[in-house]
Design a protein around this ligand. Sequence first.
Ligand code: DGJ
Length: 373
Amino acid sequence: MRKDKSYMFRLLCSACLIFTINLTTTAQNNGFSPGALWPDNNAVHINAHGGGILYQKGTYYWFGEHKIPGEAGNTAQVGVHCYSSKNLYNWKDEGIALKVSNDTANDIAKGCILERPKVVYNKLTNKYVMWFHLELLGKGYDAARTGVAISNNVAGPYTFLKSYRPNAGFMPFYMPGTPENEKINKQHPANKSDSIFFRDFPTGQMARDMTIFVDDDGKAYHIFSSEENNTLHLAELTNDYTGHTGKFIRIYIGHSTEAPALFKRHGKYYMIGSGCTGWAPNAARWFSANSIWGPWTYQGNPCKGDRAKLTFGGQSTFVLPVAGKNDAFIFMADKWAPKDAIDGRYIWLPITFNGDKPEIKWLNNWNLDVFQN
Ligand code: DGJ
């Protein structure tokens, strides 16, 4: 009898556990709650920091830095995490797309710094190409390299190809004869960033915070903080997206822009970035250009309202055009937690347009209905 009772009790407990697990795994998100924990399909907070999104055949794939608890989480102990979603609210864990290596001599050795991964699809080679900012094991932020990996499958596994500082021996490209560019060139006063540019000219330019942008004509660009983070570079990638062509421009010389995120609207190019204050938030900044090759014009802070001066506690990582909607862009930012990296949060907010000017306002909760059509 005693035995029966305890058997029944254990049976009941197991049933309750299964019921609870089921409840949590099937819990559906029906909107965005910026800064809150964001459970995936396993009810685990999404682990994809400094990320970017690739939309492929009706599915969004979110790639980001996998963090572990504590300060060690600021280094790459695992790799790049991938999630998939059909509606942007609910994300399925697709596992680690690019794993760090256990070989300490490997460029992407466990414990290196691997940040801001972005994945694009190349139609010519039918490959997925992942770019990221790479710092070699044990060298702090000195290496300032970019790294690239490829895969036949969107969610990976990705194979690491190489890491380097781009555009060694190349001078920047400016469209000669474009009056606006001529004006900017003449106005640009000598800057301490110039000497860093020339210091690195023979060996390649430093490449830290970054994004990748693919234009309507299929050309891809790597936009990154260079010259000791003083100046942004926008550089063309080769047709297979796995290298640099040597054609690039310098943007907002000497003004320390990080965290670039690019998008295109009505034929015009937009970029949102941040200042340079480590993990601490600062004011976002936006730029626009009529040609990808510039001139890129600084336009001020797109954030409005309370805490706009600190980007609501976040830092840009990507701007996502919403598939199937007109004029619908999501500003994606990270709220970093350097003391406990895994607890970093995501701040996703809709971008609204006042004429040609993007504006970002805080919302506690929102969903895609904010976009008209
Ligand atoms: C700010 C950058 O945007 C991050 O990606 C990271 O590199 C931190 N700095 C490190 O301090």
